[in-house]
Design a protein around this ligand. Sequence first.
Ligand SMILES: NC(=O)c1ccc[n+]([C@@H]2O[C@H](COP(=O)([O-])OP(=O)(O)OC[C@H]3O[C@@H](n4cnc5c(N)ncnc54)[C@H](O)[C@@H]3O)[C@@H](O)[C@H]2O)c1
Length: 388
Amino acid sequence: MTALNIGIIGVGNIGSLHASYLTAGEIPHAKLVAIADIDPARLTAATARFGALTCYDSAAALIADPAIDAVIIATPHYFHPLIAAEALAAGKHVLSEKPAGVYTQAVQRTLDVAAQHPELTYALMYNQRMNPAYQKARALVQDGTLGELRRTNWIITDWYRSQSYYNSGGWRATWAGEGGGVLLNQDPHQLDLWQWICGMPSRVMGFTYNGKRRDVEVETEATAYVEYENGATGVFVTTTTETPGTNRFEIVGSRGKLVIEDQRLRLWLNAQDEADFNRTYQGGFGQPDCREVPVDTVFDGDSGHQKIVKNFVSHILDGAPLMSPAAEGLRGLSISNAIYLSSWEHRWVDLPIDGAAFLTALNQRRATSKYDAAAGFSGQVLDTKGSY
Ligand SMILES: NC(=O)c1ccc[n+]([C@@H]2O[C@H](COP(=O)([O-])OP(=O)(O)OC[C@H]3O[C@@H](n4cnc5c(N)ncnc54)[C@H](O)[C@@H]3O)[C@@H](O)[C@H]2O)c1
């Protein structure tokens, strides 16, 4: 195979963005040939904008098209693992939007299907993994530059969302239609990067605030405190209702500290590992010498979406290493599920998460959700250009 025929399932906000660069020919060796959406108006709008494409009124109909080699899934989250499993079983490669799913059991079932098809690729749109600052941070943690991990802190409050955003789609911000709020919609990127760079915590204490400052049933604000196996600790702070917001990621190790803020990575290194200094120093108030070290990482403002699609295509066609395998989506989702469960049950939640316990608690919330499936998924298509 020398080129991929791609179908997009769900042509709302982000599905339209993916369609725009694919139809503009910006992804080598990939061609958008079909789209599917359960809302006929979305199909009409997409063909008016992107030209003649084969249209299907369901994911299943597009998946049954033998001309399609790979699908991009851009529907609301609950459908991601369900449609992915169907596509994989039909022999299609899958690139799914984040999150991998709403709860881990559904994602695990799809990973089991994927395991039966090792010839197929199942990847996620973790576009922020393509940001050089996060890639550099990961390298600095993994190659030991920072020493032993001591503390991680991420304040991510610059995902501002007004009430009009929440009103733009019937499924949004409901337990039954979406399955969560800021932790599940906006934060999957940071929760993935947090574990990708620092590793998985071993237990989580979470605090979530439903409908705070917005008329929605899910959380608009959350704070989590985590512990790692080696004794390190971490704090994750998030909300959609703060402006001006902050995006500051700080990682402290025994040999230094790095901070990513304003798309810039800064690194400070100690002359001596803190543990060694502490063992030998006799002077009382002193501390290790420390200097800021220049880091040659420049963020080019690229959202990374196209880079993920290019990587997905070249992995399938040429065997390039895959940047965001779907199996890794289980990790960030586990942290997210654990924050909810901890908050709902006012207790520590150990990782790996008890997927059945989380699903039981989620289902209680879905049962009383105001989401009206009959009202459908439609609403406004918002411009996601420049969203990151
Ligand atoms: N990676 C990113 O930067 C990024 C940005 C925005 C959204 N997303 C993700 O993309 C997904 C979609 O978000 P959105 O803002 O585009 O939503 P949206 O509501 O604008 O679009 C979803 C589309 O899917 C269609 N749809 C719903 N159920 C379907 C089904 N079963 N089969 C086929 N079509 C179906 C709807 O009719 C709608 O057109 C979400 O999971 C979101 O988390 C990712």
